[in-house]
Design a protein around this ligand. Structure first.
Ligand code: C2O
Ligand code: CU
Ligand code: CU
Length: 523
C-alpha cells in the first residue's frame, strides 16, 4: 500500500520524494525573490513569518506546530491582534481602501506561500502555488483592500502540501471593516469574537498525527479525533449577559459541521464568506464546510449568570466517511485510542458559559445590515448555458472535469473574459452507482479564488432531509459546500484583474491530490 500510494501521488503531481516530503518537480528550479515596489505607498505594512514553534495545547509536553507571527511596521495599532496561547496566526484587521504591503518570510523547513482566502487581489498577491518560496526566502505582497467588510482568512497554498501545513497550525483570520459596517454599531472589542473550528489528532506525546490511514484516508480527507476551537481543546467561551458577534470559520481540513445550539434556540446569521447579508436570517442549524465562514449575532441578555449552553454539530447524512475515518485513523501509540468521529456524527464544539452580568444598554439587531450590490443573473453572458465543472473521483483520483492540477495549465473551458458576468454550474458527481460510488459519498466544498460569487440555485443531494435548512445562499460566498450528487449554480463577475487564479475543492486532502485547476481571466 505504502509504495503504491507513493506512485499514485508521484504520477498525479509529477513529484519527487525528498526527505519525506513530496516536492513537485518545478520547485527544484531557482526562482528570484520578490521585491518591494518603491512606487507602492502602503497604509499598512506587516512582516509575517511562518516558523516552527511549540504550544502546550494539551499541557505538557507541548505540541510542535508551525505558525504565523506578525510584526506591524506601519499602520494603525489595532491592525494586528496576536492571540495568546495558540498556534493560530494573529488576527489582521484591515479597512476597505487601505493599501497593504505584507513581507512574508518562510522559516519552516518546507516550501510555502500565503493565500488571502476570499480577498479580491491581483494574481501576484493571491498566493498561487507557482509562487512558493523556500525556507529563508521572502515574498512581498502588495494590494489594495477592495473587499466588503467581512471575515476572511489566510493560510498556506503550496501544491500538494496545503493539508499538512494548515494542519500543523498555519492559519489566521483577516477581518475587513468598512463605513457601511461601522455605521451599524455591531458588537465590537471583547464582544466580537473569532471562533475557528478545527479537528486534530494527537499521539501519546501530545504531537499532531496526520494521515496515517494511507490512500483511503486521503481520499475521504483527514478527520481528527477531537475538535479544537481557537486552537484549544474543550473550549469554553465565557460571556456576559450581552450581545456578541461570533465570527465562525471552519478551518478544518475536511470536516463539515452542522452548527446548532444545544437548547434549540435558532442561530441568527448576519454574514457569510463575503460579508454582511442584506438582512439577518435565522436558522435552526447551519451547514459549514471547510473554509466557509458565518457571522453570528448572539444575544445572551436573557440568560442568567451560571447558565451554560453548547454549540453542537448535529448529525447529518450524505458523507459516508463515517466508519472509514474511524477504522483507518487508528494506530498504535495513540493517546487514548479515541474513535475518530465520522463526518456527520454528532459532536460538541464548544461550551458557552454565562459568567457575568452586563447592565449596558441593549444593542439592537439592525433590520437591514447592508446593500450587497448583487448582480442580476439575466445580465450573465451565458445565463442559459452555464459552464459546468464536475467534481468527481476517477480511478482513485479526485478530478475536476476529468483533469487534475497542472501548475500553470489552463484548458479552453477555463478561460474567461475580464468584465464579464458568468453562470457556472458546479456538480458533485460522487455517490453514483460506479464501483466506488456507493462507498464514496464525498462532499466537495468548492472554492473559487479572486472573487466573491452569488449562489443562484442548489439542487437536493444525498442526505438532503438532514441538511436542507442549513445553507445560507443569499450572501456573498467564495466557498460553497456541494454534498454528493448536488449541483449548485453560481454567478461570478471577473473584475479588475487579469491572470491565473485557482478554483478547487477545499477538502485539503482532495486539493493536495490535485482536485484543483486554474482559470485564466483574459483582457
Ligand atoms: Cu482557502 Cu485556494 O484556498
Ligand atoms: Cu482562496
Ligand atoms: Cu473534494
Amino acid at each position: 500500500m505504502q509504495r503504491r500510494e507513493f506512485i499514485t501521488i508521484a504520477a498525479a503531481g509529477s513529484a519527487v520524494l525528498i526527505g519525506g516530503l513530496f516536492i513537485p518537480k518545478f520547485l527544484r528550479g531557482k526562482k528570484p525573490e520578490s521585491r518591494i515596489n518603491p512606487e507602492f505607498h502602503p497604509d499598512v505594512e506587516i512582516e509575517l513569518t511562518a516558523h516552527p514553534s511549540e504550544v502546550p495545547i494539551l499541557g505538557n509536553p507541548p505540541t510542535r506546530v508551525w505558525k504565523y507571527s506578525a510584526k506591524l511596521i506601519r499602520g494603525p495599532k489595532n491592525t494586528i491582534q496576536e492571540l495568546e496561547g495558540t498556534y493560530l496566526g494573529p488576527v489582521f484587521r484591515f479597512k476597505k481602501g487601505q493599501k497593504v504591503r505584507i513581507i512574508f518570510y518562510n522559516n519552516i523547513p518546507d516550501k510555502t506561500i500565503v493565500h488571502w482566502h476570499g480577498l479580491h487581489v491581483p494574481q501576484e498577491a493571491d498566493g498561487h502555488p507557482r509562487f512558493v518560496i523556500r525556507k529563508g526566502q521572502k515574498y512581498v505582497y502588495e494590494f489594495e483592500v477592495k473587499n466588503r467588510a467581512g471575515t476572511y482568512w489566510f493560510h498556506p497554498h503550496p501544491h500538494g502540501r496545503t493539508g499538512p501545513q494548515v494542519y500543523m497550525g498555519m492559519a489566521g483570520l483577516l477581518l475587513v471593516t468598512d463605513e457601511e459596517e461601522s455605521s451599524l454599531k455591531l458588537p465590537e472589542g471583547d464582544n466580537d469574537i473569532p471562533i475557528v473550528i478545527q479537528d486534530k489528532t494527537f499521539d501519546n506525546r501530545n504531537q499532531l498525527v496526520y494521515l496515517t490511514g494511507g490512500m483511503m484516508e486521503r481520499m475521504t480527507g483527514f478527520l481528527g479525533e477531537q475538535v479544537l476551537v481557537n486552537g484549544q481543546p474543550d473550549f469554553t467561551l465565557q460571556v456576559s449577559t450581552s450581545v456578541y458577534r461570533l465570527r465562525v470559520l471552519n478551518g478544518s481540513n475536511s470536516r463539515i459541521y452542522k452548527l446548532a445550539w444545544s437548547n434549540g434556540r435558532p442561530l441568527t446569521v448576519i454574514g457569510t464568506d463575503g460579508g454582511l447579508l442584506e438582512r439577518p436570517v435565522t436558522k435552526r442549524y447551519i451547514m459549514l464546510g471547510p473554509a466557509e465562514r458565518v457571522d453570528l449575532w448572539v444575544d445572551f441578555s436573557d440568560y442568567s449568570v451560571g447558565d451554560e449552553l453548547i454549540l453542537k454539530s448535529l448529525p447529518f447524512s450524505g458523507a459516508s466517511t463515517g466508519g472509514m475515518g474511524g477504522m483507518m485513523g487508528r494506530r498504535m501509540g495513540r493517546r487514548k485510542r479515541r474513535r475518530v468521529p465520522g463526518n456527520g456524527e454528532e459532536l460538541n464544539i464548544m461550551k458557552v458559559k454565562i459568567a457575568g452580568k452586563t447592565e449596558a444598554k441593549r444593542t439592537i439587531l439592525p433590520r437591514r445590515l447592508s446593500n450587497p450590490g448583487f448582480h442580476r443573473p439575466e445580465d450573465a453572458i451565458n445565463r442559459n448555458s452555464p459552464r459546468t465543472f464536475r467534481f468527481a473521483m476517477e480511478r482513485m483520483r479526485p478530478t475536476i472535469n476529468g483533469r487534475t492540477f497542472q501548475m500553470t495549465g489552463v484548458a479552453g473551458d477555463e478561460i474567461v473574459k475580464l468584465n464579464t458576468l458568468e453562470v457556472w454550474e458546479l456538480i458533485n458527481s460522487s455517490g453514483g452507482m460506479g464501483m466506488m460510488g456507493g462507498m464514496m459519498q464525498m462532499p466537495h466544498p468548492v472554492h473559487i479564488h479572486g472573487l466573491q460569487f452569488q449562489v443562484l440555485e442548489r439542487t437536493p443531494s444525498s442526505g438532503w432531509e438532514t441538511i436542507k435548512d442549513g445553507f445560507i445562499d443569499n450572501g456573498w460566498k467564495d466557498t460553497v459546500l456541494l454534498m454528493p450528487g448536488m449541483r449548485v449554480k453560481v454567478l461570478l463577475k471577473f473584475e479588475d484583474y487579469t491572470g491565473l487564479f485557482l478554483y478547487h475543492c477545499h477538502n485539503l486532502e482532495h486539493e493536495d491530490l490535485g482536485m484543483m485547476r486554474n482559470y485564466l481571466v483574459k483582457a
